[in-house]
Design a protein around this ligand. Structure first.
Ligand SMILES: [Ca+2]
Ligand SMILES: [Ca+2]
Ligand SMILES: [Ca+2]
Ligand SMILES: [Ca+2]
Length: 585
C-alpha cells in the first residue's frame, strides 16, 4: 500500500519480446506554484507475473529539489485541461473543474487575512470563448479552515480579480453576498436584490480567510462549472488573484484554460459501379442518402443522430464525445433498383463498404477522444437496366349505325423489358378525320388495374393519361381508350382513310400514343379507316369478321395479332393477354 498523498501512474506494456528494446516512457508533471520548497521523489517499479526477482532490483528513483523564492503564492490548476464536448441535449453533461491553491511558502514576514477573488469564465473575458451556456455549479473547500465564501452576480466585464480594487471595497460597485441564492450583502454598494438568485447567476467567487496565515496553512478550493451545447475548440479561462496582510503586492493573477475537444465520424456513400465493394476512381458519390448514428458516449449518454449525404455523397457527424458508436445506412432509402454492395471487401478500411448488405448497419466501434474517423462508408449498386416500350393497337371499331354512331376502342401497352424500375409519362391524342365528331372519350387502366388516369384527360385538349408512373422491371401496363363518335354523311374518302395528307389535321380513326421516358418521347399510332357515306349500302355489323378496313396494324410491330383482334372484337383483349403471357414465360 502507498500513502494517500502520493499520485500513481500505471502503464500496461502487454507482452514483450525478449531482449528487444522498449521505447522510453516520457511524461510531464506540473508542480504547483504553491508547492513548498522540498525534495520531491519520483519512484518507478517494473513488474511482471513471470519475474520472481525482488522489487529492490526492479525499481529506480529520481529526485527534484524545489528551491523557490519564499513568499505568498497562488496557483490555479485543473485535473482535466481537455474536456470532451457537451452536445446539445446531453443527459449528463461533463463538468469543468479548477482548483485554487493559496499558500505561504516560508514567508519571512507575518502574513494574515487572506482575501482571494476568482473571476469565473465569461465570453470576452481573457481568452474565454465558447458557444452555448456555462453555469456555476459549486465551490468546495478541499483544504483549509476558517474560510468564508462570498458570491457575486456582477457583470463579468466590471468584475476585478484584485481584492484591493476599489470596486471590491466595502462600498464598491461589486456586491458580494454570503450565499449562492437568497444571500445578504456582505460588501459593496447594493441591496439583496443585487445578490445572485441562483447558481446560474454567479459570476465571481471570493474566499476570505481571516487571521494569521502561517506556512503550515493551506487554502484549496475546487470550483465546478457546467457547460452545455458547446463546440470543439471552445476555451474557458478562469482567473484568480489574492491579497494578504503583510504582503504589499497582489498575489497572482493565476489563470488556467480548459479547452473543449470533439470527435467526428464519416464520411461517404458512393455508387459502386463495378460492384466490387471498393471505392474506385471515378465512382461517384450518392447525394441525399440518409445515415443514422447511434451510440453511447464515455459518460453513458445515449446518442442518436441522423443526417443525409451532400451533393458529393459525403456525410459527417461532428461534435461527438468519445464512446461506442454504430452507423446505419438506411435500407428503407434503397429504391427497387438499388442494393448495398459487398461489405468489408479488400484490406483497406478507408476504401471499403462498411454496412451490412441487408440492414445497412456497420459494426459497433470505439471512437477516440479528439479524433476524426472517416472510414464508415457505404457503396450502392444501382441497376440502370430500364427499357420501356409502347405498343398502340386499335382493338375494335363498331360499324356506323343508323344514327351514324360508332365506337372505337384502342389499347396502349407499356412494357418494361429491362430489369430495373423506371418511370414514364403517357399521353394519347385523337386525330380523327374532319367529319368525325368525338362525342365521348373514356380511358382506363386495365392491367394491373389500379393506375389512376389523369381526370382531365379528354384525348383532345388534354392528352395526358399518366405522368411519372413507375413500372418495375419485366412489368406490363395496359390502358384502354374508348371513343364514341358520330360520323357525318358528308365524310369524304380523304377524311376517312388512314393516310394523313399535308392539308389534314387528322384522318380516319387516327390515334397517337406518346410515351416519354427520361425526357425522350416516342410515338406509336393506330388508325381505323372510316368508309365514306354511301346511302344505299351502309357498312355491315362488326361481328361477321373480316369486314374491317385493312389499316388496323399499329406501328408497334404486333401486326400478326392485330388482324385477329380486329376480327374477334372484344375477345381480342383476352387473346392478347394470353399471347403475351405465353411469350413472357
Ligand atoms: Ca468499385
Ligand atoms: Ca470495413
Ligand atoms: Ca470503411
Ligand atoms: Ca471514407
Amino acid at each position: 500500500m502507498c500513502p494517500p498523498s502520493r499520485t500513481y501512474v500505471k502503464w500496461d506494456l502487454g507482452d514483450l519480446v525478449v531482449n528487444a528494446a522498449i521505447d522510453p516512457i516520457v511524461y510531464t508533471v506540473d508542480i504547483l506554484a504553491t508547492a513548498r520548497n522540498a525534495v520531491y521523489t519520483n519512484t518507478t517499479l517494473v513488474s511482471s507475473p513471470q519475474d520472481p526477482s525482488p522489487a529492490s532490483v526492479r525499481d529506480d528513483e529520481a529526485q527534484i529539489q524545489l528551491v523557490l523564492p519564499t513568499g505568498v503564492k497562488i496557483d490555479k490548476s485543473t485535473p482535466r485541461p481537455l474536456v470532451e464536448i457537451n452536445p446539445d441535449g446531453v443527459q449528463t453533461p461533463r463538468t469543468l473543474t479548477w482548483t485554487v491553491d493559496f499558500a505561504n511558502i516560508d514567508s519571512p514576514v507575518e502574513v494574515s487575512d487572506v482575501d482571494v477573488i476568482d473571476v469565473l469564465p465569461a465570453n470576452g473575458i481573457g481568452t474565454t470563448s465558447f458557444a452555448g451556456d456555462l453555469t456555476f455549479t459549486s465551490a468546495t473547500i478541499a483544504a483549509g479552515t476558517g474560510i468564508t465564501m462570498l458570491y457575486t452576480a456582477a457583470d463579468p466585464a466590471g468584475l476585478n480579480a484584485d481584492p484591493d480594487h476599489a470596486s471590491n471595497g466595502a462600498t464598491g460597485a461589486t456586491v458580494w453576498c454570503d450565499a449562492i441564492s437568497g444571500g445578504a450583502v456582505v460588501s459593496g454598494n447594493g441591496t439583496a436584490a443585487d445578490c445572485p438568485a441562483a447558481a446560474a447567476d454567479v459570476t465571481g467567487l471570493r474566499f476570505l480567510r481571516p487571521g494569521a496565515f502561517v506556512p503550515a496553512d493551506q487554502l484549496s478550493i475546487d470550483i465546478l462549472m457546467t457547460p452545455t451545447d458547446n463546440d470543439g475548440g471552445d476555451i474557458y479561462e478562469n482567473t484568480t488573484s489574492g491579497r494578504a496582510q503583510g504582503v504589499t503586492q497582489a498575489v497572482g493573477p493565476a489563470s488556467r484554460e480548459i479547452r473543449i475537444i470533439e470527435s467526428s465520424i464519416g464520411d461517404f456513400v458512393w455508387e459502386d459501379l463495378d460492384a466490387d465493394g471498393i471505392q474506385d476512381a471515378g465512382e461517384p458519390g450518392v447525394a441525399g442518402f440518409p445515415v443514422k448514428l447511434v451510440g453511447v458516449d464515455l459518460d453513458g449518454n445515449p446518442v442518436s443522430l441522423t443526417t443525409t449525404t451532400g451533393a458529393d455523397g459525403k456525410y459527417s457527424f461532428t461534435g461527438l464525445a468519445s464512446g461506442t458508436y454504430q452507423v446505419t445506412f438506411d435500407p428503407n432509402a434503397l429504391t427497387s433498383n438499388t442494393t448495398f454492395t459487398v461489405q468489408n471487401a479488400g484490406a483497406d478500411d478507408a476504401t471499403d463498404s462498411d454496412g451490412d448488405i441487408t440492414t445497412g448497419e456497420t459494426a459497433e466501434f470505439a471512437l477516440a477522444p479528439d479524433s476524426d474517423d472517416p472510414n464508415w462508408d457505404q457503396g450502392l449498386v444501382i441497376d440502370r437496366n430500364v427499357n420501356i416500350t409502347i405498343d398502340k393497337k386499335l382493338v375494335e371499331q363498331t360499324a356506323i349505325d343508323a344514327d351514324r354512331k360508332a365506337t372505337v376502342t384502342y389499347e396502349l401497352v407499356v412494357a418494361n423489358t429491362g430489369t430495373a424500375e423506371g418511370t414514364y409519362d403517357l399521353g394519347d391524342q385523337l386525330k380523327f378525320g374532319g367529319d368525325i365528331t368525338i362525342e365521348q372519350v373514356t380511358a382506363s387502366n386495365t392491367a394491373p388495374g389500379d393506375i389512376a388516369i389523369d381526370p382531365d384527360f379528354d384525348g383532345i385538349d388534354n392528352k395526358t393519361l399518366v405522368t411519372g408512373q413507375s413500372i418495375g422491371g419485366g412489368e406490363t401496363h395496359r390502358y384502354e381508350v374508348v371513343v364514341d363518335t358520330t360520323v357525318a354523311t358528308t365524310i369524304t374518302q380523304e377524311q376517312g382513310d388512314c393516310t394523313l395528307t399535308d392539308s389534314e389535321h387528322g384522318t380516319g380513326y387516327l390515334n397517337e400514343a406518346q410515351l416519354t421516358v427520361d425526357a425522350t418521347t416516342v410515338i406509336d399510332t393506330a388508325c381505323g379507316e372510316v368508309p365514306p357515306a354511301e346511302p344505299q349500302e351502309p357498312p355491315t355489323a362488326p361481328t361477321g369478321g373480316g369486314e374491317h378496313p385493312s389499316g388496323l396494324a399499329s406501328t408497334g410491330g404486333a401486326g400478326l395479332w392485330l388482324t385477329l383482334i380486329g376480327a374477334l372484337g372484344l375477345l381480342a383483349g383476352a387473346v392478347l393477354l394470353i399471347i403475351r403471357r405465353t411469350r413472357r414465360a
